[in-house]
Each structure stands twice: as C-alpha cells, then as structure tokens.
Design a protein around this ligand. Structure first.
Ligand code: DP6
Length: 327
C-alpha cells in the first residue's frame, strides 16, 4: 500500500483583499477577494501516510518543524483522515518552496494548497477542485485561491455556509498582466496575517467601514478583470490594499506593515503613472510593494522599482496554473 503523493502549488496575490473572518462558521472570510495565481514560483509537498508513525512529522525547506505550524498541518490532515476513514494513520510531510519565504509572496497560500492536494491524493480521496479548495480554505483562506489557476474569486462567508470554495474567474491566458514584486526587506517575519486581521477586526474602529466597502471594490476589480481593463481596476486595486492597511493601522495598538521603503515605493508607482507607465500597487501583510501592470511593461516597471531607495530587488511574476498532483 503506497499512501503517498506529491503536489505542486503556486502563490497568489490578491487584487481585492481578504482581511478578517466572519464571527460565525469555520474560517470564513468576512469580505470577498480576487487574486491572481502566479507562475514561476512553487511549493512542492509530499505527504506519506505511514502506519509506523506515532505522530505527524513536518519537514519545511529541509528543517524539522513543530509548534503552531505543525498543528495547522495536522489540522488539515485530521480533516482528510476523517473523510477517508483513516483515523489512526499519521503522516510525514515534506514541503519545499523554490522561492525565498521572505520574498513577500504568501508562502502559506501555496503551502496549504499543495498540502490539501497531496494529502487528499495520498489518502485516496477523489476530490474535485471545489472540494480541495474548501479543504485548503479551512486552514488558510488565501490557500483556497491557490488551488485554482489564473484569476480566482472567493466570496465572503455567510451564516449557514458549510462549504466555501474559491472559483476560477478566468484562466491564466485570459489576460497578459504581470505582478512586479519590489522586495524591500529580506529579514524576519511581520505580525502574521491571521493574527493581524483578528486584532484588526477586534479593535479597529475602521473595521465596519472596511467590511462594508470591500464588496464594492471587489465587484469593480472583478468586472475590470473580465473586461481586461487595467485603467478601470487599478484604482480599486490600490484602494482595496490601502483600506485594508488603514483598518490595521487604526487598530489598538496599530499594526503597521509599512517600512520607509514601502512608502518610497508607493510614491514611485504614482510618479511612474504620471510619467505614462501604467501600474497599480498592492501590499500584503509585509513591507513589500507589488505592482500590477501589462505583461509588455513588466521589465520597465521592474527597472523603475529597482531604482527606488530601499528596494533590494524585484521579482516579475505572471498568471499561472492551479495546484496539481505531480505525476
Ligand atoms: C493580506 O490567508 O494568510 O494576504 O486565513 O488566517 O490563513 P488565514 O490568513 P491568510 O491572509 C491573507 C491576507 C492577505 C490578503 C489576501 O491574500 O487576500
């Protein structure tokens, strides 16, 4: 019996941000989000269920890992075990990113998407993309989106939701855009997104405004992606990110993910647009600035961003495929 499988998944970047969970249901997002799954960078994860193991084991980028990360992994494995009727069977999980974790690309999204796909296959469960996305969402909301490729949406959770999967809005080839990541720091982690959004929802006086306004921004981004209209979605993409950060900054105590270089990079994107090169920024739970632009402008945008004081390097990423089992 070979209860082992390997899966590949890619990170994604949200153009309409998810930030905050609903009070009811299990790990349900409070707002709808829309992301692009990125080619070029990947997490590769092997799950092997093994009768001889007394506990789940996790090796992350070659190093044994325990604590909270292992607990999150075991939580996902428990759901797979329950579904497959393999309650007593522990697993060895070996996961590697081929991109630096501190690059500002959400490694938890690709990690939990790859884990869901590999674990389901290793346990011989036949799950479709929606069921795999829902499985990943229960551990990390953004991971639900990395199960699908291209342009992906995830609606907000509502009371009574049992399952909530992400859906593909359009395949990778739908629109030739690029995301230029301006890396502003190689160092330690920030306040994690799960923790940061929980604190925001609980203490920020701007939470209500964020949750109320996010759906309209999401709709503008969705319509603009379908119409392939960069000028139409750009302002909504920027507002979604900046409104999310404004809510976090207004928390008690405030959470500030920006560094000086982040602010310089924001100013540079706006200057660049005035000079006729079109790109729109988004920022996740870290100091890096990501610029959405036309595929044909990506190299020029990257060059502009590299000239910003405090920007260490750039990564150019394009729309890519969803998570899949390695044959
Ligand atoms: C800023 O998906 O990491 O990247 O659901 O608690 O695991 P959990 O949070 P996570 O949050 C991602 C937040 C974000 C925006 C986004 O990807 O939509």
């Amino acid at each position: 019996m070979n209860l082992s499988a390997t899966a590949i998944a890619h990170p994604n970047i949200a153009l309409a941000k998810y930030w905050g969970k609903t009070a009811f249901g299990y790990n349900l997002p409070a707002v709808p989000s829309l992301s692009v799954t990125l080619a070029g960078m990947a997490t590769r994860t092997t799950v092997s269920f093994d009768e001889s193991l007394a506990a789940d084991q996790l090796v992350l980028n070659g190093e044994p890992s325990a604590g909270e990360t292992l607990a999150r992994v075991s939580g996902l494995l428990d759901r797979v075990r329950a579904r497959a009727g393999k309650h007593g069977l522990r697993a060895r999980v070996d996961s590697k990113n081929d991109f630096p974790t501190a690059s500002g690309l959400a490694s938890s999204a690709s990690a939990f998407a790859a884990l869901a796909v590999a674990a389901a296959r290793a346990a011989e469960l036949e799950l479709d993309a929606a069921a795999l996305s829902d499985l990943a969402r229960r551990t990390s909301v953004s991971a639900a989106r990395s199960v699908l490729g291209g342009f992906v949406t995830l609606r907000a959770g509502v009371e009574g939701d049992e399952v909530l999967p992400a859906e593909q809005l359009a395949p990778p080839a739908h629109w030739d855009v690029a995301i230029v990541v301006a890396v502003t720091r190689e160092g330690p982690k920030d306040v994690g997104s799960s923790e940061g959004m929980k604190h925001t929802m609980k203490t920020s006086p701007y939470t209500g405004a964020w949750v109320e306004r996010a759906p309209a921004l999401f709709e503008r981004v969705r319509a603009g992606v379908l119409a392939k209209d960069l000028a139409a979605i750009g302002p909504a993409v920027e507002q979604s990110a900046l409104m999310m950060h404004a809510a976090a900054i207004a928390a008690d105590p405030g959470i500030l993910y920006f560094s000086g270089a982040t602010v310089e990079a924001i100013a540079a994107v706006r200057r660049m647009r005035k000079d006729g090169l079109e790109g729109y920024l988004t920022i996740d739970a870290g100091p890096h600035v990501k610029v959405l632009t036309r595929g044909s402008d990506a190299e020029r945008v990257a060059e502009t961003m590299r000239s910003v004081p405090g920007v260490l390097r750039t990564i150019v990423a394009r729309p890519g495929p969803g998570a899949h089992v390695e044959p």
